[in-house]
Design a binder for this molecule. Structure first.
Ligand code: ZN
Length: 329
């Protein structure tokens, strides 16, 4: 989740990865003991399912400064494990059940590949093409190292990103800069924009909340997660910029390796409470979205078969990018 290596100097930048057995997420515990998923641990990501509890006190978060165009420059960087946008001062998150005020420091992305989805959290076992994380540290802490010592030191906003045929103009600042950060270590300055543009603006009161961990080493279990249930949408071309245009290797490297499927596997909740906000809908009404879609499919299937007198396969119908369980290990 966090590209912490630049803050935690004790560890190099190259001792964890997603694509090789000796350093992939299942091996992270070798170098980072706190990444071991022990029985009493509370790791992230998790699957969000019907076990969650409605909590009517969870209303919308205060996203201060998110609607402003701040002065100065932000920096977009390829860190080898993700693309990170470091934002300047002036934004903070509070309310919505968070125990304090958290200042926003950066956002970054997790994605799949041309043929697989790559969100970290799954919604009723459905993996989205991408997930964006907006990282905030409790304002009483001077820095990230200090926040990592506090069980509620970090608050992350998780936003699912789905793919459609429509270009998302709100992602244009990032889309335009991505080709300049194709290789690890490259940075591009971009002009600040209202961060709220990247959020599901009409559905900000619908989210899930639980206590978990960073999803990258050192996997510190200090994160209050807010995962919005409604995704934002980008075009296939914009998605492809990530899955086919970002490398985990430096420009000078002999072999260029594409960065893809940079997500950690799902962890058990081990009896943790996972809450749904007051207005959350998808998984809280006894029926969920996918069941409704399936219901619609069955209705159409019956109508179709009546019309044509032959059976209709479910394959290839109602399969937007989100409707896959591929790689949901
Ligand atoms: Zn992340």
């Amino acid at each position: 989740m966090l590209m912490l290596s630049m803050f935690l100097l004790a560890h190099g930048d190259d001792d964890f990865c997603y694509d090789e057995e000796h350093c992939d997420p299942y091996a992270w515990g070798d170098n980072y003991p706190s990444c071991h998923p022990l029985l009493d641990s509370h790791h992230s990501p998790i699957n969000l399912d019907h076990q969650l509890m409605k909590n009517d006190s969870l209303d919308s978060l205060n996203l201060e400064g998110f609607n402003l165009t701040h002065k100065g420059q932000w920096g977009l960087t390829n860190q080898g494990h993700s693309v990170v946008l470091e934002v300047g001062n002036g934004m903070q998150v509070s309310g919505g059940g968070l125990p304090g005020t958290y200042r926003t420091i950066q956002l970054h992305f997790h994605w799949g590949s041309v043929s697989s989805n790559g969100s970290e959290h799954t919604l009723d076992h459905l993996r989205f093409p991408m997930e964006m994380h907006i990282v905030n540290i409790k304002s009483t802490h001077p820095n990230l190292t200090s926040a990592l010592e506090d069980p509620t030191g970090i608050a992350v906003l998780g936003i699912f990103v789905d793919v459609t045929y429509l270009h998302n103009e709100n992602f244009q600042s990032i889309s335009s800069a991505l080709p300049s950060v194709a290789y690890k270590g490259q940075t591009k300055s971009i002009r600040p924009f209202p961060l709220v543009n990247l959020l599901p603006q009409n559905n900000l009161t619908q989210y899930y909340r639980y206590h978990g961990s960073l999803t990258t080493p050192p996997c510190s279990q200090v994160v209050l997660w807010t995962v919005y249930e409604v995704p934002v949408y980008i075009s296939w071309a914009q998605f492809e910029q990530f899955v086919s245009g970002i490398y985990s290797t430096e420009e000078e490297a002999a072999n260029h390796v594409l960065l893809h499927d940079n997500y950690r596997h799902i962890h058990p909740t081990y009896g943790r409470s996972v809450y749904a906000s007051k207005d959350a809908k998808l998984l809280t009404n006894g029926q969920n979205g996918s069941i409704k879609v399936l219901g619609l499919f069955m209705t159409l299937k019956i109508l179709w078969e009546k019309q044509l007198g032959k059976p209709l396969s479910s394959k290839g119908l109602f399969t937007p990018r989100t409707m896959t369980k591929k790689n949901a290990r």
